[in-house]
Design a protein around this ligand. Structure first.
Ligand code: IPE
Ligand code: IPE
Ligand code: MG
Length: 237
């Protein structure tokens, strides 16, 4: 006789085509340990990889992570250069894993502000992974407002005099990615901080107080389970 039903399986992800993460709380995580904020970013980068791999394990084929916003340049120079150094090391390192998992990487945001070597690395990664089936969007120097302005400027350059919603959608940095079904934000902040403004019109949000470096697979399971209990109306009844 079975007394307990063992919970072994991952949650049902069939309704999630795209999950996005606002990876917040690295600084606080480090400060609480008496460490410099930069240390939090290093640990956060490892967690990023682990979470992306887990999403792919449980069958979510499109993941977006918010790594650096258009506003994050305002941070002290020491922190910004530590983040650039982390991108240098981490981007190349992460790529091998993503290639093995058939993941196409697309960077969301204006690459022109990054140092040339990082920009070249980003372009190379996008080129090399272009035929992969699954998708990882890494938002770097990304802002939702900047993205919409960029889309509109492209449409103007194409000579458009009047536009429709589809025109904007098809000129976003996310290209052909589906709209995010679920957006997870860590570290207790209940705001979007300029993330996927257009795409999130009907996204479900999941907020957790956990700081990004503490996030684990069970937390993703929990977010997915909460999502599965939500009723989405998309304006209908
Ligand atoms: C998120 O963590 C990572 C980036 C924005 C690059 P934070 O650095 O914002 O961490 P907190 O919010 O200060 O704790
Ligand atoms: C949002 O976090 C940006 C990223 C996670 C990359 P922030 O820490 O920059 O957001 P605010 O400033 O608290 O709104
Ligand atoms: Mg923050």
């Amino acid at each position: 006789m079975k007394l307990f039903k063992k919970k072994t399986s991952a949650p049902d992800t069939s309704k999630i085509k795209h999950i996005a993460f606002i990876m917040d709380g690295n600084g606080r995580w480090a400060t609480r340990r008496g460490m410099p904020r930069e240390y939090g970013h290093t640990v956060g980068a490892k967690v990023f990889r682990r979470i992306v791999e887990y999403c792919s394990d449980i069958g979510i084929n499109c993941v977006t992570v918010y790594a650096f916003s258009t506003e994050n340049w305002k941070r002290p120079e020491k922190e910004v250069s530590a983040l650039m150094e982390l991108f240098r090391v981490y981007l190349k390192d992460a790529v091998a894993t993503m290639m093995k998992r058939d993941i196409r990487i697309v960077f969301l945001g204006d690459k022109s502000l990054f140092p040339e070597d990082i920009r070249e690395t980003m372009l190379g990664i996008e080129r090399d992974s272009i035929n992969n089936k699954n998708r990882l969007n890494i938002a770097m120097n990304y802002g939702g407002r900047d993205e919409i302005v960029h889309a509109v400027n492209e449409l103007i350059a194409e000579g458009k005099k009047e536009i429709c919603e589809e025109d904007i959608t098809s000129h976003l940095y996310t290209l052909d990615a589906p709209m995010p079904d679920l957006i997870v934000r860590t570290a207790g902040e209940i705001r979007t901080s300029n993330f996927l403004m257009w795409q999130s019109a009907y996204s479900e949000y999941y907020f957790t107080d956990k700081l990004w470096p503490d996030l684990n697979e069970r937390d993703v399971d929990e977010a997915v389970c909460v999502f599965n209990r939500r009723k989405r109306n998309f304006g209908g009844v």
